[in-house]
Design a protein around this ligand. Sequence first.
Ligand code: HAS
Ligand code: CU
Length: 550
Amino acid sequence: MTPADAAPDLRPEDRLTAAYLIVALISLFVGVSLGFFQALEHAGINLYPWLLPVIKSYYQGLSLHGVLNILVFTTFFISGFLQFITARSFGMPLWNRGLAWATFWLMTGGLILTAIPLLGNAATVLFTFYPPMKAHWAFYVGLTLVVVATWLVTLTLVLTYRTWRARNPGVRTPLPAFMSLVTFVMWTIASLGLAAEMLFMMIPWSLGMVAGTDALLARALFWYTGHPIVYFWLLPAYISWYTLVPRQAGGKLFSDPLARVSFLLFLVLSTPVGFHHQFTDPGISQGWKLFHAFLTFAVFFPSLLTFFSVVASLENGARARGGKGWVGWFGKLPWRDPSLTAQVLSMILFAFGGIGGLINASFTMNLVVHNTAWVVGHFHLTVGTAVTLTFMGITYWLVPLLRGRALWSRRMALTQAWLWFIGMAIMSTAQHRLGLMGMPRRTMIGAAPYLQPEWQSALHLVGIGGTILFISAMLYFANMLLTAVVSREPSALEVPFAEALSGPEHAPAILDRWRPWLAFALVMIVIAYGPTLVRLVATTPFDAPGMRVW
Ligand code: HAS
Ligand code: CU
């Protein structure tokens, strides 16, 4: 064997990732298309009669929009991307390709099972599916299968890591693989709440095996998972910002050890904060809510570390390209590269999303914004931009790499990224303002008798921003489709892994160990959730009957 062919063939991993991306992008396509109708509805243009008989109501569309965009698109994209990144950064195939493919099919099977009642208007319960709204059992079972499949992805990553570790004792885990592992391990701990809600409450209840359920316990279990899930979406974007973007910007990562610290803090702090979604729920003591508020401020910190690292790395790249001045270097970033442009634009909006998050988390301030359009503005900057636009930016190199063909159009991609940035800036600013004026979220606002005249101008901006976003999305999907099907120019891209100014050899050994951090994470969860969950389980009467409100 010559050294050249000693490198393992990772094309099977590429095909697996491609399969995940196809499902992810189809889901996103349907999801964002429905978002367009919502934005128009807010601007006074009700096109829902056109969607009959497929989509029967605003709320059915909104349920599909939420589930497909933030549960399905994210989960499939992340599973495909992180398995790819892990295999590439270890330079090794996944532990067992049969298991990896079986996982993909299980996840897809779960998605199909979820989609049937959603499309049939039997699960119009929004992505949070709060009881006593009751969906068809297939909705809950399907989503549970998707979650079980994500655990199998964790298993694949862990076993791949152990194989690598056996061959490389004493070596620091490569940063991209380390971060991928942290992401899936964090998610596996975090998803236990959702799994418990499904297995012990929603599934038996929807199958008619038990007569009643309980809204508060279900919400507590949901948000146990529902906050850390946002970091399950965000950390893969951070993986790109830390380990790929610095190289794309022409520079190096500021510090490898600092990046590890940030991810380990997410492992420890992501979960014990879920009550910040339940500040207004009765039945949870103020003291525990306040404790979760403080821990939310703590989990803000690793994002501040990330802000610092990413700006330092971008600056390093821009200065290497001749950038000068305190802020002038920003213009010297390679703005003609759509992958980099999309991701840097997503960071800028995320800075504002983060500030809004702090306002949400501030207990008493939350009373002003809770359940208003403000929250919708917040999460369109975070998951709708930091995550989605970053993932789009990643596909601008990843899809050409997987397909072996150049991106169909660089200009179209650049236009797309800027339109997303502009459209989202307009739409989300308007949503924040509407929230402050008291406009509720999750409401077919054009049909609301209490629609206030002073909301109108901002509502029009929601429609305009939403339209720009829709155009951006269509440019994106066209470019992806043309790259996959029509593009003929060969491409020989590599994964743009970045080097670090301060490399892994500077990382203390504790940053490459698992047990202490896992133990710390579990202790935090037991402290933050134990007393409340034990009390709720012991005292809850489980007597709420199900309702179909649609
Ligand atoms: Fe959030 C509600 C608090 C981050 C998603 N959030 C939501 C909901 C979603 C969501 C979907 O405490 C609605 C759920 C529902 O349906 O009810 N959120 C926070 C806090 C953070 C935060 C403190 N959220 C996210 C992320 C999300 C996400 C990330 C998705 C991916 N959120 C809340 C709270 C609520 C909430 C309450 C409940 C509200 C309610 O009443 O219902 C923090 O993690 C944010 C940290 C972020 C930063 C920013 C760092 C910036 C970086 C970019 C660098 C920029 C560069 C560019 C380099 C500290 C890393 C240069 C910059 C220039 C400006 C030039
Ligand atoms: Cu949260």
